[in-house]
Design a protein around this ligand. Structure first.
Ligand code: PGA
Length: 255
C-alpha cells in the first residue's frame, strides 16, 4: 500500500483553481506516493477532467442514502458517477458544524464503500479532551462507532486529525503522533481483524512542506490529510516529495 497524500480544499476554490489540479497532475508521476485532491462539489467533475487520470479526485462528504428527498445533499453514488474515487467522511468540521454523529459517519462510509469509493474516515480529539488526557478514549470511541465492519485496506483509510491542530499551525509532537497512530493501529486490528495491519492511517492538522518529512517518517503514519497547504500545487507537491525522504530513510513502506 503506497503512502497517500490527500488534499482537502474545504469550501475553497473557483474555476481558476483547476489550474492547481493541472499543475499537480503534471508532476504526479514524479512522486513516490498516491495523490488525491478533494475539491468542493462544484469543481469535482471538472477536476476529474483536469487530473487527466494522473491523480485521484474525491468528495468531502456524502449522504448515506443513494437518492431521495434530501435537499442540498449528494449521494456516494452521485460522487462516483461524477468520477470521484474517494470521499472524506466525519471531518471534525462536519461533526462540529453539522452535528454529525459517529453513527451517521458509519452509515455514510458504508454507503460510500458500497458505491466503490475509498473512504477517509476522520477521527480526533479536541484541545480540552487532550488536556484532560482523554484522547485515546475519544478516538477509540470514534473508531468503534464510525468504521463500517466491512472496511478493508482497499476501501478505507483512517485520518487522525486532532481538532486543535487543524488550521492552527500547531501540531502534536512526533512522539504524540506516533503514540496515537500506534493506538489506532491496535484498534483497527481489534475491530476489523489482522488484515487492518495494512490499512493506511493518515495524519492531518497543519501539515506543511516544513514538517511533512518528519511527520511522514513516523511509524504507522501512512500519509497525510492536508487542508490549507493543499490549495497551492507547489505546497501540496512539496509535501508529496517529502515521502521520498521516508523511502530513503526506511525503505519502501509497502506493507
Ligand atoms: P489544515 O487542515 O491542514 O489546514 O490544518 C487539515 C484538515 O482539516 O484536514
Amino acid at each position: 500500500m503506497r503512502v497517500l497524500i490527500a488534499g482537502n480544499w474545504k469550501m475553497h476554490g473557483m474555476s481558476q483553481a483547476l489550474d492547481e489540479v493541472r499543475k499537480v497532475a503534471a508532476e504526479a508521476d514524479r512522486v513516490a506516493c498516491e495523490l488525491l485532491l478533494c475539491p468542493p462539489a462544484t469543481l469535482l467533475e471538472r477536476a476529474v477532467g483536469a487530473s487527466a487520470g494522473r491523480l485521484a479526485i474525491g468528495g468531502q462528504d456524502c449522504h448515506w442514502e443513494r437518492s431521495g428527498a434530501f435537499t442540498g445533499d449528494i449521494s456516494a453514488a452521485m460522487l462516483a458517477d461524477a468520477g470521484a474515487r474517494a470521499v472524506i467522511l466525519g471531518h471534525s468540521e462536519r461533526r462540529q458544524y453539522h452535528g454529525e454523529s459517529s453513527a451517521q459517519v458509519q452509515a455514510k462510509a458504508k454507503a460510500a464503500q458500497e458505491a466503490g469509493l475509498m473512504t477517509i474516515v476522520c477521527v480526533g480529539e479536541s484541545e480540552a479532551e487532550r488536556r484532560a488526557g482523554e484522547e485515546r478514549t475519544v478516538v477509540g470511541e470514534q473508531l468503534v462507532a464510525s468504521l463500517p465492519p466491512q472496511s478493508t485496506p482497499d476501501n478505507c483509510v483512517v485520518a487522525y486529525e486532532p481538532v486543535w491542530a487543524i488550521g492552527s499551525g500547531l501540531t502534536p509532537t512526533p512522539a504524540e503522533i506516533a503514540a496515537m497512530h500506534g493506538f489506532i493501529r491496535e484498534e483497527v486490528c481489534r475491530l476489523l481483524g489482522s488484515a487492518a495491519r495494512a490499512m493506511r492511517i493518515l495524519y492531518g492538522g497543519s501539515v506543511k512542506p516544513a514538517n511533512a518529512a518528519e511527520i511522514l517518517s513516523l511509524a504507522e503514519v501512512g500519509g497525510a490529510l492536508v487542508g490549507g497547504a493543499s490549495l497551492k500545487a507547489d505546497e501540496f507537491l512539496a509535501i508529496a516529495r517529502a515521502v521520498r525522504a521516508k523511502i530513503n530513510l526506511e525503505g519502501p513502506i509497502v506493507r
